[in-house]
Design a binder for this molecule. Structure first.
Ligand code: ADP
Ligand code: MG
Length: 403
């Protein structure tokens, strides 16, 4: 599925282009704590500036619940953007987002100039597209800012939602493209998972089976090997009749785990579960801990053990596509971080492989362990990347023109 990209937008000189970015940055007392998302948006913005477009940026920030909340103003983002782009990014400080102040600013834009709208979620309609007539009006107002001409969606983090500023506007704009960030996510998460170079190995972990039901089910259709570690492995081990002590268990998902074990057999997928564990007494770093093959009552599995690390590393040898979602243990505690680190290293060291990491905590873990640069792709959208791995079509992606 090829989507129209920024590259394919031509004759932009003098044209207004509305760009949906993901400027949902962490803020504390009005200060941006991490500029990664702003930096991530620069290639698309700079390309449009270079093409001589009049660039109108928009994004949501946090959850203002449909009304102006000064703490969630995008003003600091405009300042940061100006610094990074090297030219002033005008800020339309308009609590109605699309009102006269904004319209006038858009009209006055010169070729190559950039402006930023106020938080799209200052309007309650933003999240109600398709459910409320007023939301259609809001989407029209947004599209009118670029004369109903050209829209670029570069916000992968909200691609699993059909909101006014990422899906609604596309109904009223003539051309709808995806930005560079979105393009990269589609290429890796979409194409690599749909059409992987084999062997294809998926590594799943993290806290709960229930968060990943769709992911496990969908990946079992695609992969050659499925590795399961982390908290969710214990529900699978329980399903196999193993002792799991006080480890994380979702009793109502034991049957599901059994179904998935059977499905793997039917599909000829190699399913690997932990064969030993680092267990602890209490959920804290400085608790008593030891390595065991069978978990005793009163203890909990907080990480995969050394034999499991070797088993998982072996399974990764020669892999050409790897998708990783979910840490192998409670990596936040140093004593239980080794499984995640070692598996992460094994993925990072693979030669000629496409390696993709998705999921909020997994991405944090990989960054914290200093492995991010060695992966082919680190997905920026937590919820959106999980839905992609579930095989769902993302409304934000679907809405862009197909070429
Ligand atoms: P992601 O955000 O990458 O999708 P999850 O949110 O599913 O990942 O899971 C991450 C959390 O799972 C981490 O906070 C980690 O501490 C926890 N976790 C991993 N293994 C275990 C375990 N054995 N017991 C309890 N919690 C675990
Ligand atoms: Mg998480």
């Amino acid at each position: 599925m090829n989507k129209k990209s920024v590259e394919q937008l031509t004759n932009l000189k003098g044209k207004k282009v509305l760009v949906r970015c993901d400027f949902n940055v962490p803020l504390k007392d009005g200060v941006i704590q991490n500029e990664n998302r702003i930096i991530g948006a620069l290639p698309t913005i700079k390309a449009l500036v270079k093409k001589g477009a009049k660039v109108i940026l928009c994004s949501h920030l946090g959850k203002p619940k449909g009304e102006p909340v000064p703490e969630l103003s995008l003003a600091p983002v405009a300042v940061s953007l100006s610094k990074h782009i090297g030219q002033t990014v005008k800020f339309a400080d308009d609590p109605t987002v699309t009102g006269k102040v904004t319209q006038d600013m858009a009209k006055d834009l010169k070729d190559g100039e950039v402006m930023l709208l106020q938080n799209t979620r200052y309007r309650a309609e933003e999240t109600k597209y398709g459910k409320d007539e007023k939301a259609t009006e809001y989407a029209k107002e947004l599209a009118a800012l670029c004369d109903d001409e050209i829209f670029v969606n570069d916000a992968f983090g909200t691609a699993h939602r059909a909101h006014c500023s990422n899906v609604g506007v596309t109904k009223f704009c003539k051309e709808n493209a995806v930005g560079y960030l979105m393009e990269k996510e589609i290429q890796f998460l979409g194409n690599a998972v749909e059409n992987p170079v084999r062997p294809f190995v998926a590594i799943l972990g993290g806290a709960k089976v229930s968060d990943k039901i769709g992911v496990i089910n969908n990946l079992l259709e695609k992969v050659d090997t499925l590795i399961i570690g982390g908290g969710m492995a214990y529900t699978f081990l329980k399903a196999q009749g193993k002792e799991i002590g006080n480890s994380l268990l979702e009793a109502d998902k034991v049957d599901y785990a059994l179904d998935m074990i059977k499905k793997a057999e039917d599909k000829g997928v190699k399913l690997l579960l932990p064969i030993d564990n680092v267990i602890g007494k209490e959920f804290k770093n400085d608790t008593e801990f030891k390595i065991v093959t069978s978990i005793e009552p009163g203890w909990s599995g907080f990480d995969i053990g050394p034999k499991t690390i070797e088993l998982f590393k072996d399974a990764l040898k020669g892999a050409k596509t790897v998708v990783w979602n979910g840490p192998m243990g409670v990596f936040e505690f140093e004593n239980f971080a080794k499984g995640t680190l070692e598996v992460g290293k094994a993925v990072a060291e693979l030669k000629d492989a496409t390696t993709i990491v998705g999921g909020g905590d997994s991405v944090n873990a990989v960054k914290r362990l200093g492995l991010a640069d060695k992966m082919s792709h680190i997905s920026t959208g937590g919820g959106a990347s999980l839905e992609y791995l579930e095989g769902k079509e993302l409304p934000g992606v679907m809405a862009a023109d197909t070429i």
